[in-house]
Design a protein around this ligand. Structure first.
Ligand code: ATP
Ligand code: MN
Length: 258
């Protein structure tokens, strides 16, 4: 439980006084995952108007929890809160160390996660610069990233969630879209997503690629391995859905020669 005082602030942030019953789960999760530092970051963003209210949990993951909220301007936001006590230190460290854009790497996991969060923010900005439809990044602070909320009353479903309602033609379109993103990113943006899958594509007004934490630049020596992984995952997924997909080796060659 939070210490007295902080507890009141969290209640304010998640609007508990007005909706005690309905959002008890949100409150429970908030209690579990917000350490003092995270809370301070959230309250800072609250004071600055970036987050007026957290309203619900969209996703609880190993590395991050994503919340739905509203900003001071009334717009919906998604708030991705990275855990600062992750067991993934080595993996995160390895990814960051290979990224030529990242300079000094902190030795403690908390600060390393701050660098990770900032990098995802920068990746979103960079993807937008190359005209890709991704959640518009709003701001970050320490381990908290605020971005455009994709969805309406409910968050947009992931491709994985709606695949049973889709037909062959839908999959063909989605395959072209996804391959188009990979190509544009690589050729125009000098970038690779690194975790492209049916779990990181939201189906909304158009498909929206999310989860840019692993994305990096072509100059990174890991970038080709990440590109191979994206191509392999995407081609194998859409092949299973009956799409006539590109040949992996040909596509890889084409991209590497571009
Ligand atoms: P990690 O793998 O690092 O733990 P993650 O997979 O938990 O990250 P994301 O994929 O970024 O993190 O987000 C988790 C889920 O939250 C997504 O699958 C999606 O359902 C939802 N989500 C993320 N960002 C948004 C957004 N901007 N709008 C709506 N929903 C979102
Ligand atoms: Mn994800």
């Amino acid at each position: 439980m939070f210490e007295y005082g902080l507890e009141r602030k969290v209640e304010e942030l998640v609007g508990l006084r007005e909706r005690r019953e309905k959002d008890s789960e949100l409150y429970k999760i908030a209690n579990e995952v917000f350490d003092r530092g995270t809370l301070a970051a959230l309250l800072y963003l609250h004071r600055k108007g970036w987050i007026e209210r957290l309203q619900g949990i969209i996703s609880t993951g190993k590395e991050a929890n994503v919340f739905a909220g509203v900003a001071g301007d009334g717009k919906s936001v998604a708030v991705k809160v990275y855990r600062t006590y992750t067991t993934e230190f080595r993996r995160i460290w390895g990814y960051l160390a290979a990224d030529p854009r990242v300079g000094y790497l902190p030795k403690d996991i908390r600060r390393l996660v701050f660098v990770w969060t900032r990098r995802e923010f920068k990746n979103l900005q960079r993807a937008i610069k190359y005209a890709l439809r991704v959640p518009e990044p709003r701001i970050f602070r320490n381990n908290v990233l605020v971005m455009e909320f994709i969805g309406g009353d409910e968050p947009a479903p992931r491709l994985k969630d709606v695949e049973r309602e889709l037909n062959r033609g839908d999959f063909e379109e989605l395959y072209d879209f996804t391959m188009g993103v990979i190509e544009r990113l690589w050729k125009r943006g000098d970038m690779v997503h690194g975790d492209m899958s049916e779990y990181n594509i939201l189906i909304w007004d158009s498909p929206v690629v999310i989860d840019w934490s692993q994305a990096t630049v072509r100059r990174n020596k890991m970038s080709v391995a990440l590109l191979r992984r994206d191509l392999r995952n995407v081609i194998s997924y859409f092949t299973r859905k009956g799409v006539h997909t590109d040949d992996f080796n040909e596509k890889l060659k084409e991209l590497l020669e571009s």
